[in-house]
Design a binder for this molecule. Structure first.
Ligand SMILES: Nc1ncnc2c1ncn2[C@@H]1O[C@H](COP(=O)(O)OP(=O)(O)OP(=O)(O)O)[C@@H](O)[C@H]1O
Ligand SMILES: [Mg+2]
Length: 281
């Protein structure tokens, strides 16, 4: 099977994966190839919301920009990161950090991760690095109720590694003109991955971000998305809220920085809606 175009110019040769994942956890990749749509804000605050509901959760930062990592107040200089974990240069227990939030652990990223795609470009089964390492982690007895993966803004090899591990894809969608075009492209990529080697991958849901009811375009995009994707679109919407954008500069999830702001309340609702859907609340 060769998947071309959406995952880079060379395409990827993909044999069937035989790497077993026990799937004790619900593993969700937060993905949208479009930049700045709220992937990291969603990953950080959804993870915090799930942990606040008493579930054990791991956030994997798969983005070399490391925004989810700094969003928790962690600055990566010499520490181990997702990069070393992927390349089997360290053990999971050495790279995963317990955050100051009960139940919430983080696998931090670093700039090193930017080199990953180039370094493994010639390797066989290069889309399964994360899946292989996660399987080893499960073998070692590390388990979580939820694993959330914050993806970079591309459909390159890092995102494909995340999709190859995840059971489902959560898509933050900003209500703007080009949003639907990008969504169609993303859904096609998910379909290709499903057809290619991961038939059980599903769309977890679409969450509307930076939602502003006063903006006419918001209404139009929302109507279109709900019409096309029906109950795949979460009832909860994330409003545009300045507290959500301030929180990372204090190294805190918004849910900790200002629990009562409209953005935090929305992310708690999103966590609850998701967990209700899974029957885990
Ligand atoms: N609901 C919101 N209200 C106001 N600002 C927001 C909201 N969501 C995100 N932002 C801000 O928008 C910017 C982009 O958000 P974020 O980093 O979460 O997007 P992203 O999709 O992860 O970006 P990238 O594609 O670069 O990884 C950030 O400055 C963030 O603080
Ligand atoms: Mg991001």
């Amino acid at each position: 099977m060769v998947l071309k175009g959406s995952v880079g110019s060379q395409g990827i040769d993909v044999p069937q994966s035989r790497i077993r994942i026990r799937h004790v956890a619900r593993i969700i990749a937060v993905t949208n190839q479009k930049g700045g749509v709220g992937k990291t804000t969603t990953s950080v605050n959804l993870t915090t919301g799930i942990a606040a509901c008493g579930k054990k959760v791991l956030l994997i930062d798969m983005d070399p920009q490391s925004n989810a990592t700094t969003g928790f107040g962690i600055t990566q200089k010499k520490n181990l990161s997702t990069y070393e974990f992927l390349l089997d240069l360290c053990k999971a227990e050495d790279v995963i950090i317990s955050s100051s939030i009960p139940n919430l652990s983080l696998m931090p990223s670093s700039m090193n991760l930017a080199a990953f795609e180039m370094e493994v470009a010639e390797e066989k089964e290069r889309e399964f690095f994360l899946r292989r390492r996660f399987s080893a982690m499960e073998e070692a007895g590390m388990s979580y109720d939820y694993v959330i993966i914050d993806c970079p803004p591309s459909l390159g090899l890092l995102t494909i590694n995340a999709l190859s591990l995840a059971q489902a894809v959560l898509v933050p969608l900003q209500c703007e003109y080009y949003a639907l075009e990008g969504l169609t492209h993303l859904i096609k990529t998910v379909e290709s991955v499903k057809r290619g080697w991961h038939s059980s991958l599903e769309i977890e849901g679409i969450v509307l971000t930076m939602y502003d009811k006063r903006n006419k375009l918001t209404d139009l995009v929302e109507e279109d998305v709900r019409q096309c994707l029906g109950d795949k679109v979460y009832s909860t919407v994330i409003p545009r809220n300045v507290r959500l954008s301030e929180a990372p500069s204090f190294g805190q999830p918004a849910l900790i920085y200002d629990t009562g702001c409209s953005g935090s309340k929305a992310y708690i609702n999103l966590a609850r809606e998701m967990m209700q859907k899974h029957g885990t609340l």
